[in-house]
Design a protein around this ligand. Sequence first.
Ligand SMILES: Cc1cc2nc3c(=O)[nH]c(=O)nc-3n(C[C@H](O)[C@H](O)[C@H](O)COP(=O)(O)OP(=O)(O)OC[C@H]3O[C@@H](n4cnc5c(N)ncnc54)[C@H](O)[C@@H]3O)c2cc1C
Length: 677
Amino acid sequence: ATNFDFVVVGAYTTAPKDFADALQGGGTAGLAVAARLAEKSTWSIGVIEVGQYRPNDPLIDVPKNFGSTLGNANYDWVYLTTPQANANNRVIPQNRGRVLGGSSAINFEIFNRPAAIEYSAWSVLNLGFGQGWTWNGLLPYFKKAETYTPPLPEDQFPDPTPTRRRRDEEVAGTDIPTDFLASAIDALNATALDVNALLAAAGVADTLNAGNSTAVTKRSFLNARDDAVHGSSGPVKASHNTWYSDVASPYIHAVQNLGISINNSPDSGDNVGIYNSPRAVDSTSQTRSYAASAYYAPNASKSNFIVLTGAQATKIQFSSTKNRDGTYTATGVSYTYGGTVYTVKAAKEIILSGGVFNTPQLLELSGVGDSGLLSSFGIQTLINLPGVGENLVDHAMTPCSFIIKDGYHTWDELRLNSTFAAAAAAQYASSKTGILTSTISVLSFVPLQSFLSTSKFINILASLTGELLSGASSFSLLQWAQYVLQLGWLYNTDVPQVEFVFVPGFQPTPNSLTPAANTSYITITPVLQHAFSRGSVHITTTDPLVKPAVNPNYLASSFDRSVLVESVKFVRKIASTAPFSNLIKTFNDPPTSVTSDDDIANYVRNSLQSLKHPVGTAAMAPRQLNGVVDTSLLVYGTKNLRVVDASVFPMHVSAHSQSTTYAIAEKAADVIKSIWN
Ligand SMILES: Cc1cc2nc3c(=O)[nH]c(=O)nc-3n(C[C@H](O)[C@H](O)[C@H](O)COP(=O)(O)OP(=O)(O)OC[C@H]3O[C@@H](n4cnc5c(N)ncnc54)[C@H](O)[C@@H]3O)c2cc1C
């Protein structure tokens, strides 16, 4: 019984309600785009979501319960990577939400933003057509998505330090190697991309013209006032913790003592420093704010917004002949529900919001992808798009843990003291306060110059560019352009390269999988922000119910390995710095016996995990650059098939990925409305 204007597959963020323009997926982006389209009462929006709607579920709603649903098939797709050659052939968990709300229902609730200039890369990659995909172009949509409650004055971090960044003096004499730039110019010669324009977009000026000096352009986005950058009436509720562990303050001071500044406006486009991150938690109800609670629940009674849960999309149906302009029209989505296959028709558009693994899978199953790969499975190619499923990039991380002295209040108290845990549960139930309202919030985002010596920086750069030049023949044009931008960012100390996540409690690490009795821990996790490794996700069968193969290719680049090794060393330096060092009893993992760079590199290979921010598998980039969607998120070669989810990030950003995904969905809804109005 199904004809809609829009069909949305996967309801993460936005999904239309009336199965007329069908979206795939009821996840983060799917629900957001669907709900916005449903504002137009004459349009019908149908959302197909394989997971279930789970309102009032404490595993989702209680802020401190984040992580409790991972590996549980009622919530999680439970993806595993292929064996990772550079991580001792381990298969690494890649959780993805399989529930209405998608990954926003199972994520860790952190709700932050990257450096403004990182979106300039998205714009420049898309030539003249990407003007809307800049910080200024996206900011209205970040604001539209959120209602932000600032921290209580007493919860601002102490003593905001003036910005003290090691800048131009450190990068002088460490210019981007000209042989790499010359090769990039050759490689991109056939495109409209100009290497100088890429460097300028990365904030690095005049490299080629000046000949011998990599000058860094001045930051143009200095701490704006919070009310200018935050939204006050959007569906997603963002707020700050009101409970903090007493180990946080000494940690913050130790990080400050190592020269990293406190940043009390991290969402302003300048995210360098240590800060108290917002999280997607409703400050009144103290429950998780996610796509299902934010975009679906308030609209659930709309008759033009129909969400079908428990239904898995299996194929996009296209017109049998091409339109006069050579495109195909997407006409409907086949899905399986209760063991029967149905097809829902979309009068206007189909929107794929199945997420970074399932969106490329569905494209390939439907004949959109690399023709060689498709024909190897006997799938007829409708649109040859070699970029589908390529360009997979993630935030890789290596947790490090420390045992702390007795007497501190951390999350471990919930595990160690059952009386305390019962009291905390009662407190949360009666007053929505206390430790169970708390989430991860102490984050530091830093450029390499904050913790690497200039000589180490030069060594890492030299290995990287040598390796890039020797592998250059296998790069796609998109990679060439990305690597120019990423090299530029390395010289721009406004672009963080590593995040350090502070967790006041135990987290499993390779030599310490379960906590010891009567022992409290803290965990500090460095996370690589701009990996040079590239991976892929592709089908391995024509069976739509079999998950595709996910290969992020972690640590394939020497840069990724070296930066994580140096980051582990810096974590130990923090733990050895007062006043934080005063509360450390022992280094737990890596243990003190791990000392040489080789030992630490082995620890990195054994401990590497994902922060679960994979992006990029249906990249927004020109078709000649291996892009999959254009700047209106339309799949190349189609008239009306769009991708609206984290697959479209053309490059990663130095922030957790949900706020950007919501902004993408909000922007997509406006684009679609303007087309059909
Ligand atoms: C464990 C974890 C922790 C994270 N922590 C954070 C964090 O703290 N902060 C942050 O900003 N980001 C975090 N992220 C990342 C962030 O949640 C994701 O980047 C974002 O939610 C992705 O949104 P999406 O719309 O692309 O996909 P998703 O939200 O994953 O939505 C895809 C939806 O499509 C559905 N679907 C897929 N295929 C089909 C099909 N064939 N038929 C029907 N339905 C289908 C899925 O079930 C799902 O509901 C985390 C992610 C995870 C998994």
